[in-house]
Ligand binder design. Sequence first.
Ligand SMILES: *[C@@H]1O[C@H](CO)[C@@H](O)[C@H](O)[C@H]1NC(C)=O
Ligand SMILES: *[C@@H]1O[C@H](CO)[C@@H](O)[C@H](O)[C@H]1NC(C)=O
Ligand SMILES: *[C@@H]1O[C@H](CO)[C@@H](O)[C@H](O)[C@H]1NC(C)=O
Length: 261
Amino acid sequence: MALYELYAHPVERGYRAGLCSKAALFLLLAAALTYIPPLLVAFRSHGFWLKRSSYEEQPTVRFQHQVLLVALLGSEPGGFLAWSTFPAFNRLQEGHLRVPLVSAREEDRNQDGKMDMLHFKLELPLQSTEQVLGVQLILTFSYQLHRMSTFVMQSMAFLQSSFAVPGSQLHVNGDLRLQQKQPLGYRGLDVRYNVSVINGTSPFASDYDLTRIVAAYQERNVTTILTDPSPIWLVGRAAEAPFVVNAVIRYPVEVISYPFC
Ligand SMILES: *[C@@H]1O[C@H](CO)[C@@H](O)[C@H](O)[C@H]1NC(C)=O
Ligand SMILES: *[C@@H]1O[C@H](CO)[C@@H](O)[C@H](O)[C@H]1NC(C)=O
Ligand SMILES: *[C@@H]1O[C@H](CO)[C@@H](O)[C@H](O)[C@H]1NC(C)=O
């Protein structure tokens, strides 16, 4: 005779043990493993789907006290005066060499241990017949980021300004901004660009050519540039007065992009 299922009801079976038993420990562990690892993965990967993100950091910037100056003169065609902190460059200038008075001071405004700005002043002595129509100036910096990856680079602020009338002073007030063509790593040490912007040991004139220096610099994926929307050119120089470059360069907080792997 065939049998049919006429009625069914579930049976609950309970297991009893003390809270300090192995079974209780196992249950606790299983519960923890269910919830905590996914949270950690989500947290450590900073989001599952993002490919690139960014963070803010104030860089650690120090002026390296390296200067290269070219002042374009108006009195004779092609006339210029030049000076740098590199002896080899100065030797190459011969009659065009003119040594200025330079002072530089970095300031940590909020006392957080990181410099916030550079006050740079350069006074170039001139003869009364000499007239400055333009200035090209390179200042170099050591630039470091520490928050995600440790990024160390030597970078520059390139300043170029020229006007139609002879000047007495040039005032610059700008930011040293980070330029990224490529996201930075989120950990590790990156010293790719910890190379000097100007090869100060080279005896060759070509190594001090501004076109070449700027071209080599622009090859980099990470650089700094000086952004000053409006340098101020003052005219009316007294006969014996020097030409003065006055620059305030700020080191602002940057938004740095980095990839997710
Ligand atoms: C610069 O960035 C490009 C594109 O992201 C990359 O292919 C290249 O390897 C980078 N160069 C260096 C020196 O890191
Ligand atoms: C960067 O370069 C400078 C000068 O060459 C050197 O003193 C410094 O140790 C370098 N920093 C790193 C982290 O490699
Ligand atoms: C600097 O120039 C000298 C002489 O030309 C050369 O030996 C040296 O490798 C150069 N250094 C760099 C970092 O390019």
